[in-house]
Design a protein around this ligand. Structure first.
Ligand code: NAP
Ligand code: FE
Length: 363
């Protein structure tokens, strides 16, 4: 087994100001990468710009990362950030993932960008600083990036391993999340924990983090259902998200992520809810000793109770996508582009098994 976590995590109120020298040490020019408006609204962008101004660090702001970012956004960002010594990502998984891709292109140039991001040779990157603002992806501590590929009509994980150099976590940046973003991202962290536990790459260290994240979910799952999230609960969900990130940094994710990507591509079903949609079926096809451990950690007595809770919770924020039987074969075929996720499952599944998981979850 192995355990590797090179990201330095700093957490606390006003943490970026406390650690402002680290920005100074990283270089003279930075690129800030954000989504459309949340980095400004939550206050993190102004905090970071204030620090960069104070140290006379030159910077550009690439503020147009879309949810489920198309791979081409890495090129746009690298163009704007030409010459930057490092990248600062502020936001959810979409800006953090895009920043990792941009960081590779800043170091190695923008030509042949598909090869640099998805190809066989292992390209490194300029340093990435990650400031998360959603309670879900854990991208601030994972080496992964997920991009939308319009040719394949799905999402793909970048095989490069780009861990952020620093993660800065401050509760106040998460407080502006709308309910839908909060709920879907909590489901992403929940899925990461379970997919890390039911995984051939799971080990003692990844389990520590994954089970701890599930225990925090258990503590607040009624509050979550009742939309009664105190600061203490939000803090616990932020921890759960980062813990689950540490866990998947060791193991990777598994079938619910793989099954969710084409549905997110076709219907825009948010990533966390897409994972949650397949979670009950994931337990159905998994080894029962592991399933029992997951049920115990999450505070459910049976798989049926687990499934009913998730169904009710998903329905609070998302309408069921209008999926038809004839789409399922194409989705199932795309699973072959997610070979690593299939291999991570302890039981070998056929294309028919995958079709059945899709049918039972979506129709
Ligand atoms: P996201 O796509 O980054 O953001 C979703 C929405 O939330 C955006 O509209 C964003 O607004 C808004 N938002 C973010 N933080 C906010 C805040 N504090 N206040 C108000 N609004 C806020 O969402 P995500 O679920 O965090 O990331 C999903 C992506 O991460 C997917 O592509 C997924 O595949 C990937 N992912 C990566 C990993 C990994 O290990 N790298 C793991 C799982 C998933 P703005 O556009 O204005 O910012
Ligand atoms: Fe995820």
């Amino acid at each position: 087994m192995r355990y590797y976590m090179p990201t330095m995590i700093y957490e606390g109120s006003n943490i970026v100001f406390e650690q402002e020298n680290l920005f100074h040490e990283l270089g003279k020019k930075a690129l800030i990468v954000t989504g459309k408006s949340s980095a400004k609204i939550c206050g993190a962008l102004d905090d970071v710009c204030g620090i960069l101004d104070k140290f006379n660090i030159e910077y550009n702001i690439f503020n147009s990362v879309k949810a489920n970012p198309p791979i081409e956004q890495t090129v746009e960002g690298a163009e704007l950030g030409e010459g930057a010594d490092y990248v600062i990502a502020i936001g959810g998984g979409s800006p953090m993932d895009t920043a990792k891709g941009i960081a590779i292109l800043l170091k190695h140039g923008r030509d042949n960008y598909i090869e640099k991001i998805f190809g066989k040779h292992n390209y490194d990157a300029v340093p990435v600083v990650a400031i998360p603002t959603t309670t879900g992806t854990g991208s601030e501590v994972t080496p992964y990036s997920v991009f939308t590929d319009d040719k394949l009509k799905t999402k793909l994980s970048m095989p490069r391993r780009i861990f952020p150099r620093y993660a800065f976590i401050d509760l106040k940046y998460f407080k502006t999340m709308p309910l839908a973003v909060r709920n879907t991202t909590i489901m992403d962290a929940f899925s990461h924990s379970i997919e890390s536990i039911i995984n051939v790459r799971s080990n003692h260290y990844s389990e520590l983090y994954a089970f701890k994240a599930l225990n925090l979910f258990r503590k607040h799952k009624d509050d979550l259902m009742n939309d009664n999230i105190s600061d203490e609960a939000l803090r616990d969900f932020i921890h759960a998200s980062t813990y689950a990130g540490v866990a998947i940094a060791q193991t990777g994710t598994s079938l619910p992520h793989a099954l969710g990507y084409p549905v997110t591509y076709q219907f825009g079903l948010p990533h966390g809810m897409a994972n949650a949609t397949f979670m009950a079926e994931f337990l159905r096809v998994s080894p029962k000793d592991l399933v029992q451990k997951v049920l115990d950690a999450t505070g459910f007595t049976t798989e049926e109770e687990f499934a009913a809770w998730l169904k009710k919770f998903i329905a609070l924020t998302e309408e069921k996508p209008p999926i038809k039987e004839e789409y399922l074969e194409d989705y199932a075929k795309l699973i072959s582009s997610q070979e690593e996720k299939l291999k991570s499952h302890p039981i070998k599944l056929s294309l028919d098994d995958i079709m059945e998981m899709y049918r039972n979850s979506l129709l």
